[in-house]
Design a protein around this ligand. Structure first.
Ligand code: FHN
Length: 404
């Protein structure tokens, strides 16, 4: 892992924000395309996009209190509406009803809360006919499109201070979705040089054909893959990326299980919220984030900066998943033992100590033949959300420490 990448696994957890003109319609971020709304019709929305309760500071404070360490906001989604100031189009929040540069307010709020700044940018742009025609049918128009998109990226990389993550999306073209040379299609090589020169140390995701600093599995948590690869799974906290009427936050236990799985698999989690047209994150999403954040305040040591070392927990214990960090293992006690004893099979190494995270209550840990025994847990689970036990090993933990 290169120095400039080192903060990413330690950060572990970010807030994804899908917000824009489409929020007004309340049917998700693909509404323009799915409802076949013409640009001339759709773009009228810009005259009424004037969020009265948008406060980037509230978003950033919520992210911090949720235990998140970075944010990624849609500066421009597929509909082409820019939440930032651009010389290259009037279809921006600055030049329409609100008159505001939401990206500027967002990056400043992130920094005020000590969060890393991520920008989401869609290559796909439904405002541009050449996007649909493609480079073979409309070479000149495609070249103009690529120049437009490159200019806007330069604006975002130049005018908004230090950007820590560039989150590309939609770098495909209808007729050429299986185009083998995606990077050529989007002029990625030349653009990447410029972006990395403008923003030394920026992390770029794997969706543009540029050299990727991290992969972006979507709506799934990967288990395997090369240990050297940085991975960030993006999940919706509800059922939609963009704001949708009637959408509801998924149940808390699902979110908790996803946080735990990311810790145990050494995967970052980019959890998406969908602010309403007024700029307010739905209350059920806020409450879920804050509840998970309270648990992370007590148990974050088992979550941030963990590695991916061990096989699936159900191959060696009956209580719950295990994350690791050097010679420390963290057992997430999802099935709390009634007799206060936990058994871990297959570990070849010995554990020298055990304690409950949060309370610090010490437990006894010893070997009994092939298994490790943890004793002394109280009748009631110490943590009302999920108790985590920290185990200290005599050596760094690794898959081969488990007997076959
Ligand atoms: O089409 C987009 C979608 O609207 C959303 O932005 C997700 C988030 O990762 N990305 C694309 C679908 O993969």
């Amino acid at each position: 892992m290169l120095d400039y990448q080192k903060w990413f696994p330690e950060a572990r957890y970010g807030m994804f924000i899908h917000w824009g003109l489409y929020s007004l319609l309340g049917r998700g971020e693909w509404v323009m395309h799915l409802d076949d709304i013409s640009p001339s019709e759709y773009n009228k929305l810009a005259s009424s996009f004037n969020p009265g309760h948008f406060e980037a500071e509230k978003w950033a404070r919520l992210a911090r209190e949720a235990g998140m360490k970075y944010m990624v906001m849609t500066a421009k989604h597929h509909d082409g509406f820019c939440l930032f100031d651009s010389k290259y189009t009037d279809f921006t929040s600055v030049k329409t009803a609100s008159g505001r540069d939401f990206v500027r307010e967002y990056v400043e709020a992130c920094r005020n809360e000590g969060l890393k700044v991520g920008i989401y940018f869609s290559c796909k742009d439904w405002q541009i006919p050449a996007y649909f025609q493609g480079p073979e049918k409309a070479p000149e128009q495609w070249a103009a499109f690529i120049e437009y998109y490159g200019n806007q990226l330069t604006e975002l990389m130049t005018n908004y201070g230090k950007i820590d993550i560039l989150w590309f999306d939609g770098c495909d073209q209808p007729d050429l979705s299986s185009y083998p040379y995606k990077s050529f299609l989007w002029n990625a090589a030349e653009l990447e040089v410029k972006i990395r020169r403008l923003q030394p140390g920026i992390l770029i995701n794997n969706r543009s054909g540029m050299h990727a600093d991290f992969s972006t599995p979507e709506q799934e948590i990967p288990r395997n893959g090369p240990l050297s690869e940085l991975r960030e799974c993006c999940l919706t906290i509800s059922r939609s990326w963009g704001y949708a009427h009637g959408d509801r936050c998924r149940d808390f236990d699902s979110i908790l299980n996803e946080l735990t799985a990311c810790a145990c698999n050494g995967v970052n989690l980019l959890l998406n919220v969908s602010p309403d047209p007024d700029g307010v994150i739905p209350a059920d999403q806020q409450n879920t984030l804050l509840k998970a954040g309270s648990w992370l305040k007590r148990n974050g040591e088992a979550f941030y900066g963990t590695e991916r070392q061990l096989p699936p927990w159900w191959e060696y214990n009956s209580c719950g998943p295990v994350s690791t960090k050097g010679n420390l293992a963290y057992l997430f006690v999802q099935r709390y033992p009634l007799d206060g004893r936990i058994f871990l099979g297959k570990f070849k190494n010995n554990f020298s100590s055990a304690c409950v995270l949060g309370s610090g209550q010490r437990l006894s840990v010893f070997r009994d033949g092939n298994r490790t025994v943890i004793e002394g847990l109280p009748k009631e689970a110490p943590d009302d959300i999920c108790t985590v036990i920290r185990l200290e090993s005599e050596m760094a933990l690794s898959p081969w420490l488990l007997k076959k």
